[in-house]
Design a protein around this ligand. Structure first.
Ligand code: TYM
Length: 326
């Protein structure tokens, strides 16, 4: 039987945090054992907000290095920068011609971001480029965090609309969203998700943060005025978020964390969470430090070359369907 295709992407903004890791990256890494995986540093998505080009270029390489350090294996998976494979933007344009503006107006991420960053056409059509990323390779499954669910629904709608209008071309991609960790919350406001763009650095832990920073941020994490360590999203979102992070990084069950730290006070509990996070991220940090920039740049070039060949094969079929071939 043919192996299923998995596709996912991450924006290279230099702030890859434990939400990205626990919600998506860990699944990316695991899926490599079983599936034909394609992972993309989506640099074109990232430039929809104003950036310093020199810093961005550095962040883009660092994101590629961090993903490899976290376990993305360029020998087993296709791994590259989105901008180096022009078939992504070509397909995005074609899909744009069957996307209703009403549907784009309803995208919550667009609404959030355009409030903060001011609107532009790139930000508006962002979900169409994401649909193109996924459909370009006829991906069957897409490992993401919960915040990408709406974009996945749009992707499926566009696949269906295209198939209906031009003939069966795209399979329906399924999201792979983990049961726990799909929505890691901000350490400063546990009712909002942890985000790369939050101006408050204390709201997140980056996967490359040093142990002192991790400990400081967890000490400052917002909890509540009680003292009990108990898993309860409605009444105790701050504590529950920390329990979940700890459970995911140690493999210890929520129940056993509750039993162990239930009445010992928040100070002891936060120290234990910090130990778990420091230990869980240590291998990524040390792998990152050992990596050679030029070697990673070379791997990314090779990935793009392979991706272009593969994407071009698929795009020829799309061009034919819409009358653009020959
Ligand atoms: P990005 O770069 O914002 O995030 C990368 C991945 O991390 C997940 N994530 C979270 N998971 C749990 N808790 C959180 N607090 C949290 N924050 C982020 C995201 O769901 C995502 O899976 N639009 C995408 C990038 C993209 C893409 C694609 C993804 C572009 N094309 C095609 C899949 C397929 C984004 O902005 O991810």
């Amino acid at each position: 039987m043919e192996r299923k295709t998995v596709f996912s992407g991450l924006q290279p903004t230099g702030n890859i945090h434990i939400g990205n890791y626990l919600g998506a990256l860990r699944n990316w890494v695991k899926l490599q054992d079983e599936y034909d995986c394609i992972y993309c540093v989506v640099d074109l998505h990232a430039i929809t907000v104003p950036l310093d080009p020199t810093q961005f270029n550095r962040d883009r390489l660092d994101a590629a290095k961090a993903l490899i350090a976290a376990g993305v294996d360029p020998e087993r998976s296709l791994f590259y920068y989105q901008s180096q494979v022009p078939q992504h933007t070509e397909l995005a344009w074609i899909l744009g011609t069957i996307t209703g503006t009403g549907q784009l107006n309803r995208m919550t991420q667009f609404k959030d971001k355009s409030d903060r960053a001011g609107s532009n056409l790139g930000l508006y059509s962002y979900p169409v480029l994401m649909a193109a990323d996924i459909l370009l390779y006829r991906a069957d499954a897409v490992p993401v965090g919960e915040d990408q669910k709406q974009h996945l629904e749009l992707t499926r709608d566009l696949a269906e609309r295209f198939n209906h209008r031009f003939g069966d071309e795209f399979p329906m991609p399924e999201p792979i969203i983990p049961e726990k960790g799909a929505r890691v919350m901000s350490l400063q406001d546990p009712t909002a998700k942890m985000s790369k763009s939050d101006p408050d650095e204390n709201s997140r832990i980056l996967i490359l943060d040093d142990p002192d920073t991790i400990r400081k941020r967890l000490k400052r994490a917002v909890t509540d005025s009680e003292t009990e360590v108990r898993y309860d999203w409605a009444a105790k979102p701050g504590v529950t978020n920390l329990i979940e992070i700890m459970s995911l990084l140690t493999g210890e069950s929520v129940q056993s964390i509750e039993t162990e730290y239930g009445t010992g006070g928040y100070g002891t509990f936060k120290d234990a969470v910090a130990d778990a996070v420091v230990a869980g991220l240590a291998p990524i940090r040390s792998a990152f430090r050992e990596m050679d920039d030029a070697e990673v740049a070379r791997l990314m070039q090779r990935g793009a070359l392979d991706a272009r060949t593969r994407a071009e094969g698929f795009q020829q079929a799309v061009r034919k369907r819409v009358g653009l071939a020959g």
